[in-house]
Design a protein around this ligand. Sequence first.
Ligand code: TYD
Length: 212
Amino acid sequence: MERGRFITFEGGEGTGKSTQSRRLAGTLRNRGLDVVETREPGGSPAAELIRKIILSGAAEPLGAEAETMLFFAARDDHLNTVIRPALERGQWVVCDRFVDSTRAYQEHAGNVPAELIRSLERAVIGDTWPDLTVILDIDAQTGLTRARGETGNDDDRFERADVAYHERIRDAFRKIAQAEPDRCVLIDAASSPGKVAEAVWKAASKRIELTD
Ligand code: TYD
């Protein structure tokens, strides 16, 4: 049995990541492939528990480095119990967020030392790197407005701080795409979901040797 392929979706708020990963999984299924859809943080029962702890803010007092270790603890279980077994069975795995989110949020925006993250990557990911990472890119303000369904009042002090933060996340993802062009593809997420899905399919079918 040929090993399946591992595809991850990354991007900031309002990029349509979840919609696009679902659409790509559907397209792959229509081509007869067996696809497992999953997400991070979470994706396995133990990792979903860790997700609840992290997203509730309960881990914040531990500090950014320990929080990063929690993301990797969840990832370790997710890889061991879901992702690797699926790939070995020949299934394709489409994951909504993976390690590049840790690089963008904890390393670039949260100032967690790069060496800590590199060593956790070696220990936890090993050689199970995605075959393809789709990075959805959108202007931070547009993304925030989309995510909140608001008209976008950027006079507010907190709103501005939010935009600056999300601009850092966007820059981090763009840098990752630039640094790892063999693994990553940057897709403009500003157009309609249908157009974005077309661009994702075009990139995916080219990168992973699928024909239209
Ligand atoms: P989620 O509700 O899944 O957000 P989204 O719809 O944007 O994917 O929450 C995931 C949050 O966790 C999101 O803000 C990004 C963050 N995150 C990290 O900070 N580090 C990580 O390693 C991962 C996987 C997610």
